[in-house]
Design a protein around this ligand. Structure first.
Ligand code: FHN
Length: 600
């Protein structure tokens, strides 16, 4: 490091040393972020040069972790900089891609775990100056964002930095990165934070004008005081800048789901979910496992219907080209947003508890938006929980009126010619803010009961609750039970189907055992079997499994109570280790999503 860089560090340290000590100023205004609902992530770095391959060998796992997975020493990894040409980098094209898709903010990796800075840094010489590119890619992107009215989010890996020995997290790091044996590596997190991370945050927040969002990642073993210093640095330098939840210790302005973790019910706080389009964040030339454009669009819709912001990732190549399938996906969303964006921006979650089999609902004051992923049975929809009379029903994109009647139940009859591949949206306007009741009803022969619609009765040992994404948390023997209910309006026999999920790195737990009471029927000490797994957008991240545990007969209509407890969480195997942390996954927990009663 040259003298000027050292002097800059000292100066920046001086200016920042009070950050950890001062009182935290008021939180920034979240208005634009809540209104946005949709953002685009960009993972771009030296890993984009490696593109998932090292010395002719395909390296498993997410592409931006290649240095770690392929055990590449810094001396070799640094050489990738010469191939990071950015020759076709057109930041304005990236911004237009995001904007045309309807994204309202971009989050750009200024420094990922590899430690390489995608901007001109005075603090570290492991930055864009080492590449053939003449310029500051961050400055250019920020300017393009401003020009097109897109909010600027900066990703910064504040704990992990494989380039700096001080930042080593010993149980996680490959000692070979530093060119010396593990026994000689001397980690010093405070030194790293004070001499590289915080000074770089200062650079990012003082050199590029207004920054709207600082997106920290993988706090790992940071202390609360260290995490707080990262929040305070932002508060002090740009009080209007929002801080994401992964800064650590719930100190951010909003909460975070795990990577590719879709919420399973409406959530109770500001929350964001980040998703890949294939299996990697950073570019991998042989990852062709692209999600379908419609599935990504539906993820955005589903997140909005749970009250969650959705941020989808693109991983440009080293020359700055965004892979064509990503462009196609963004354009597909953009086409839809042209006529349907009103049903996403500034909306709040589906007011009903129902998981409707035909799609998802969002709401804005007096208006409900019904997103139709497939044709409803009988080409009609019943909104059993709806208490407000509907004034007008129309297709959002065409304005075509839809016939309805609201006597006991609001029933809508859909036009015949809807193209469900394009996810039509039915807009319902009511005279007054929508009133509803929150019971769980039968739709198309299934009564779906989200676990989060239940109430928790705590047990003697620990506290059962719901995770950010509204699956159960700490659910094991003695932590409590969940009480739920549903409305039966069609007597008969029902199959009882229990849905659970898990992080993809864990196998289905053998021997997981529950007790479930449904009305008067007791399923005592039932071992969950893996009877099936849904083939959906979650299948590679948090796969959803169902277990059929038996049948129950209801002789009459009415409210049915359910009571669920866990006797044994079972045992599982670990299926690999590819970067994603398991911060949302407690080993001793069954992650319940919902119970379905399926009419036979
Ligand atoms: O380890 C990183 C990963 O590479 C990627 O950047 C994701 C994006 O959310 N964050 C971390 C894992 O959660």
């Amino acid at each position: 490091m040259n003298l000027i860089k050292w002097l800059s560090i000292l100066l920046l340290c001086n200016m920042l040393c009070s950050c950890g000590k001062t009182q935290q100023p008021a939180n920034p205004d979240m208005e634009w972020w809540r209104e946005a609902r949709f953002g685009m992530f960009v993972h771009w770095g030296l890993y984009s040069v490696a593109a998932g391959e090292w010395k002719g060998k395909q390296i498993d796992g997410i592409g931006e972790w290649i240095q770690n997975f392929a055990k590449i020493p810094n001396s070799e990894y640094e050489k990738l900089a010469s191939g990071f040409t950015m020759a076709n980098y057109r930041p304005e094209e990236w911004v237009k891609l995001a904007k045309n898709a309807g994204a309202r903010y971009i989050i750009f990796t200024t420094k990922h775990h590899e430690g390489f800075c995608l901007y001109l840094s005075s603090v570290s010489d492991f930055d864009v100056e080492r590449t053939p590119y003449k310029g500051d890619p961050l400055k250019e992107l920020v300017e393009a964002c401003r020009k097109h009215g897109i909010k600027v989010g900066l990703y910064y890996s504040h704990r992990q930095d494989w380039h700096e020995e001080e930042a080593a997290v010993m149980e996680k790091e490959y000692d070979g990165h530093y060119g010396k044996p593990k026994s000689e590596v001397r980690p010093d997190a405070d030194k790293y934070i004070n001499e590289k991370a915080l000074p770089q945050i200062k650079e990012l927040l003082t050199r590029y004008g207004k920054i709207d969002l600082l997106w920290y990642d993988t706090p790992m073993d940071l202390t609360e005081e260290q995490s707080r210093a990262f929040v305070n640095a932002v508060r002090e330098l740009q009080p209007e800048c929002i801080v994401n939840g992964r800064v650590g210790y719930d100190l951010g302005d909003y909460g975070m789901l795990g990577d590719n973790e879709m919420p399973c019910a409406k959530v109770s706080q500001d929350l964001e979910m980040v998703a890949t389009m294939n299996r990697t964040w950073g570019y991998k030339k042989n990852d062709h496992d692209w999600k379908k454009p419609k599935d990504i669009l539906c993820s955005l819709i589903e997140c909005a219907s749970r009250g969650v912001n959705y941020v989808v990732n693109v991983g440009p190549k080293a020359d700055g080209t965004i892979p064509q399938p990503s462009v196609d996906i963004m354009n597909f969303i953009g086409e839809w947003m042209k006529t349907n964006a009103e049903s996403i921006y500034g909306t709040t979650a589906n007011p009903f508890n129902d998981n409707f089999p035909w799609g998802f609902v969002t709401r804005k004051n007096n208006t409900l938006y019904l997103h139709l992923l497939r044709q409803p049975a009988g080409n009609s929809i019943e909104l059993k929980g709806m208490l407000s009379p509907i004034e007008k029903a129309e297709m959002l994109s065409s304005g075509e009126e839809v016939s309805f009647s609201c006597e006991n139940i609001c029933k809508l009859t859909l036009p015949d010619s809807l193209d469900y591949e394009r996810v039509p949206v039915l807009k319902l306007t009511c005279k007054e803010p929508v009133h509803f009741n929150d019971a769980n009803y039968m739709n198309e022969s299934i009564i779906s009961i989200p676990i989060a619609s239940g109430t928790v009765v705590p047990g003697p040992e620990g506290r059962l609750g719901f995770s950010e994404g509204m699956a159960t948390q700490n659910f094991r023997k003695g932590t409590g039970k969940v009480l739920m209910k549903c409305e039966v309006d069609s007597p008969g026999t029902y199959l009882v189907r229990v849905f659970t999920s898990r992080h993809w790195r864990k196998s289905f737990a053998e021997g997981a055992n529950i007790t479930l009471k449904v009305g008067n029927r007791l399923f005592e000490s039932v071992t969950l079997q893996k009877d099936g797994e849904l083939a959906n957008v979650r299948q590679h991240s948090y796969p959803e499994t169902w277990s059929d545990i038996g049948t129950v007969a209801f002789e009459q209509e009415g409210t049915v109570k359910l009571e669920l407890s866990v006797n044994d969480t079972g045992t599982f195997n670990r299926l690999g280790s590819f970067g994603e942390d398991l911060q949302h996954e407690k080993d001793d927990n069954i992650r319940f999503l919902r119970i379905e009663l399926v009419k036979q």
